[in-house]
Design a binder for this molecule. Sequence first.
Ligand code: PLP
Length: 436
Amino acid sequence: MPTPYRSTRSTPDTETVSFGDALLRGLAPDGGLYVPQNPPRISFARIFEGDTLPNMACKVFEGWVGEEIPAPDQERIVRDAFDFPVPIVPLAPTEGGPWSDTFVLELFHGPTLSFKDFGARTMARWMGYFLEQRSERATILVATSGDTGSAVADGFAGQERIRVVLLYSKDKVSRVQEQQLIAARPGVQSLRVAGDFDDCQRIAKEAFVHPAFAGAGLSSANSINVGRLLPQMMYYVLAASRVPAEKPWFCVPSGNLGNLTGGVLAHLSGLPVAGFLAAHNANDFFPRFLSGKDAGFAPTIRTLSNAMDVGAPSNFERLQALLDRPTMQRLIRAERVLDEDTVASMRRVYEATGYVADPHTAVGLEAVRRQRELGALQEPVVVLATAHPAKFPETVHAALGFEPDAPDRLAAIGAQGTAFEEIAPSVEALRPYLVA
Ligand SMILES: *Cc1c(COP(=O)(O)O)cnc(C)c1O
């Protein structure tokens, strides 16, 4: 039997729901986020034996999704979703040296060059499957400040029964990110909002509760959706099966804490892990919380690692529902890395090892360096490389003096043309795009 899902705000008598319902609803009716009632216990030693990522995923999802998706369909979905390489690069192949036992897990070889492709591609196919079963349709509405929008647009494009409406603001995206957002894709409408990112978020929130859009089948694809988190377990599983360590540490460049929550879910179902190091930029709510200092959410601060600019991480509510505070403090450490140190980290790592890290990954590498220097981290560490450096040519140039090589698939984005419309910053302006 697969695990049922409950809301983070549920009481013992609240009903649990199936995976399909949790996926299609996104948010629970009480405003909470879905978490597994009891994480399934998985025997990872068996899964590790020389298996490929899609094969491992089929076995892991048996416990999390189970017969709600029959095995042949699940197999087709994960093969289709995980169709790109996931290299694990040892930073210093020789022993000794400051970066020995440090592995970079490159999660940016998907179509939009960030780890968000894992969640978006899998979730799109899962949603497509359940909508087909139920003869329903959905419109995904996303307000995006960066990588989520392009991953969702690309992952969901061409899925029958699903349309995507993207809201973005010019002020929060880089040049490359904008190119990715406005690439013409079937079933995707990009809307540039004449306002800032907060306007985008406000409009999206209003649309979800607006009576005019009640029949529009609106759904969300951000990391409040449990369907994006489950696929994110898989690269932790892959790395744990490949690195020479009984229990590796994982360093996770973090913002909304969805990536980290994926790792915690894998660990709760039995994945051997020494601990997690959450690496944050100036948006340091989580490091403050773990250190026991006064920790309220704070307004978002803009940084060079813009996909981690989250003042109030929504997955914190999930972590709290999954782990009590002492367990959280034992299992997870956190560091805060400011922009200056992010740039210094890019430079230092490049000089010592020749590795070109994007600004998000550089925050993670700096967190590892500090913990190593304190002597607090002696075991092998896997650092999640969350974006390709070519997504941030300006920052890489400023740090290293050259622009990173852009992979062909980045140049190909937008080759089919671009398509976007500009709208006023009001929910009314959405009407023509949401109501057929
Ligand atoms: C989204 C994102 C993050 C932060 O991930 P969370 O799940 O929000 O913690 C880090 N790096 C990159 C490149 C991202 O796109």
